[in-house]
Design a protein around this ligand. Structure first.
Ligand code: GLU
Length: 361
């Protein structure tokens, strides 16, 4: 069935019969349910909770509250019992470490509850991949955690929020999703947190996993797992329950004619780590290389990643990582390398130890 066919089918769920069963699938937080999996929805904002506005910018993210969001999709009740909670209502360009820590703590708490089968997090798409990666590295429980967003706000022609929500709850309620790490669902695709990235700022097909491809797909409210990767037994998992903040880490973007200025500013600003979004296989302009070598010599952790959307940044290819004490990001893009470096720095400042953490993910 096509995207629009599914949309029509979902809209037809809002029939008189559904109205009669109003609230059948929804339960109050803490209420015990048996038989069906209970999915807890944490809402953080984004376009999925956005509305079109008539003046100024075309729409505002993070307007609808979680009740309105879920209430608009009656078909959810047919999939799972659910409870919900508003954690924030922001455009995800404003996502920060404090909110990450709060969400991680709440997710860990929820999953420890035997009555919760899985968690769905609604999120803006701009930084969704970073939150997914952060949670993948800070949630130990194997129960499903699924992030979902939308490209078009509610009310827009072809709005994708409802279908994406249905897909996310479908995945969170599916026993086959257990033990696969944090997952992302968008436009019928199922992705792993480590590899997924936003690849279009305008298309409905906004997400992809350039290195690994999708983990599966959703068709007619069913999830089909394409391949079994299994999580690396060496995957690092960080306990953030006692952290109030994370070490500051910045990203410097590589380009022709790059200068040392941003690196120097980060060193002066007291950054504990710098990720280079280098060119090609993570290469650096000679001036940037010199500045990063200096940073590394001063105890600032330096990770080389690449601005290229797919491929690996491996050690000692064109840059002598051993000599400069750099870490290579492997398959992680710069924004995810930053997440992992922030977490790694809560354990160690040694480049060789940090490299092991990167190699394990
Ligand atoms: N910039 C907003 C955000 O990331 C809207 C983008 C979206 O959700 O698609 O929350």
């Amino acid at each position: 069935m096509t995207f629009f066919g599914r949309l029509k089918k979902m809209m037809s769920f809002s029939s008189a019969q559904d109205v009669k069963e109003e609230g059948a699938g929804k339960i109050e937080p803490g209420e015990k349910v048996h038989g069906r999996p209970r999915v807890h929805v944490l809402a953080t904002g984004g376009t999925i909770a956005g509305r079109q506005v008539s003046t100024g910018p075309r729409y505002r993210a993070g307007v609808l509250d979680v009740e309105a969001l879920l209430g608009a999709v009656p078909a959810l009740r047919g999939l799972a019992d659910y409870s919900s909670e508003q954690m924030a209502n922001i455009g995800s360009q404003d996502m920060d470490e404090l909110l990450w820590l709060k969400i991680a703590r709440r997710v860990n708490e929820l999953l420890a509850d035997p009555d919760v089968g899985g968690v769905v997090i609604t999120h803006g798409t701009d930084t969704l991949e970073e939150t997914a990666c952060f949670l993948d590295l800070t949630v130990r429980d194997p129960k499903p955690v699924v992030l979902v967003g939308a490209v078009r706000p509610a009310g827009a022609l072809g709005a994708d929020g409802a279908v994406n929500l249905i897909d996310a709850v479908t995945v969170a309620a599916n026993p086959g999703s257990v033990g696969r790490g944090v997952l992302v669902v968008m436009h019928g695709g199922l992705f792993e947190a480590r590899d997924v990235t936003k690849v279009s700022s305008s298309s409905l097909l906004a997400f992809a996993a350039p290195n690994s491809g999708p983990l599966g797909q959703l068709v007619d409210e069913r999830v089909y797992f394409g391949h079994r990767t299994g999580l690396s037994p060496k995957r690092p998992v960080f306990d953030v329950s006692r952290l109030d903040t994370l070490p500051p880490v910045g990203i410097v973007y590589g380009h022709a004619g790059a200068t040392a200025l941003p690196v120097k500013a980060m060193i002066e600003g007291g950054y504990r780590g710098i990720v280079s979004a280098g060119v090609g296989s993570g290469n650096l302009h000679r001036d940037v290389l010199a500045a990063l070598a200096d940073a590394s010599g001063r105890g600032v952790a330096v990770v080389r990643a690449s601005r290229v959307p797919s491929g690996l940044t491996l050690r000692n290819v064109e840059v002598d990582d051993n000599r400069y004490g750099f870490v290579a990001a492997g398959a992680l893009n710069p924004q995810k390398a930053r997440v992992l470096l922030q977490l790694a720095l809560t354990r160690t400042r040694k480049p060789e130890e940090i490299q092991k953490v990167f190699d394990g993910y």
